[in-house]
Design a protein around this ligand. Structure first.
Ligand code: ARG
Length: 262
């Protein structure tokens, strides 16, 4: 498992430091640590979160990261980001290794048994992605095919349901979306189930792949996840609502998805 730690923008750090200095009565030279919020994510999911390598440095960026930075700044925290496999995110919250998760994560009933969720901040649909040489128009065409899904995702759950009614369909659960795309391109799997906005991004760079939207089934959309008893839930919901009403959320949607809010 790869794990990397990043500091938030220097602006957020500066604001957190100023807040701390004020709280110390203006002394400002005491060695107390600034308040830190740790976000865990699986940075394999552009445009929600991905590792940008520019000028020799690696940074986790994306829609979720912009939202998290804004919320952390509003609440007076410094933000740290921890990059782990999607399947390890809920265990990380349960073990207290992160204060929250933003990973394009859908609030399902099953997950709600183990973690708390904010309000949904973005909606999505599921698609089948496949090499253009193969003809797929609906889930029924997955019969006899090996289908890639991200381990622990709602796409894996959906595939588990489809397997029951689709003769010969086999599942290939993988840790990272990039691996799924590689397996598709090398022909080791024949299809994958991936969220629409994420699939669109990968297709733009891979003209040998195609996608078709799956008619709505099951839960969708993204919310922030927290440990069950976290006091951050209502504070995050307040800032998310402010971001909606001020138009900032829509600006970020246009920035990362190039589209109006759905
Ligand atoms: N929305 C889906 C889910 O909650 C997939 C999210 C995958 N996120 C990621 N960062 N890889 O299961």
């Amino acid at each position: 498992m790869k794990r990397r730690w990043f500091l938030a923008s220097t602006a957020a750090v500066a604001i957190a430091t100023v807040g701390l200095t004020a709280a110390c009565g203006g002394g400002g030279t005491t060695g107390s640590e600034p308040k830190v919020l740790t976000m865990a994510t699986s940075a394999d999911y552009p445009p929600y979160e991905f590792v940008e390598t520019a000028g020799g440095t690696e940074e986790i960026v994306g829609f979720d990261v912009d939202i998290a930075r804004h919320i952390a700044t509003e609440l007076g925290y410094e933000l740290q980001i921890s990059n782990i496999d999607f399947n390890g995110l809920i265990p990380a919250l349960q073990a207290g290794r992160a204060d929250f998760v933003m990973a394009g994560m859908t609030p399902t009933e099953e997950r709600k048994q183990n973690v708390a969720f904010s309000d949904i901040y973005y909606d999505a649909k599921q698609t089948i992605v496949f090499p253009s040489a193969i003809a797929i128009t609906s889930p029924a065409d997955l019969g006899g095919k090996t289908v890639g899904v991200q381990l622990g995702s709602i796409q894996e759950e959906l595939a588990n349901e489809l397997v029951k009614t689709t003769p010969g369909m086999k599942l290939a659960p993988l840790n990272r979306i990039n691996e799924i795309i590689q397996e598709l391109k090398s022909g080791r799997i024949e299809a994958a189930i991936i969220e629409d906005t994420v699939a669109t991004g990968f297709l733009a760079n891979n003209p040998d792949l195609k996608m078709v939207v799956i008619p709505e089934e099951g839960p969708a959309g993204s919310a922030v996840a927290f440990p069950k008893d976290s006091e951050l839930v209502s504070e995050f919901n307040r800032v998310l609502a402010e971001m909606e009403s001020s138009g900032l959320m829509n600006e970020l949607i246009i920035k990362w998805f190039g589209d109006e809010a759905k």
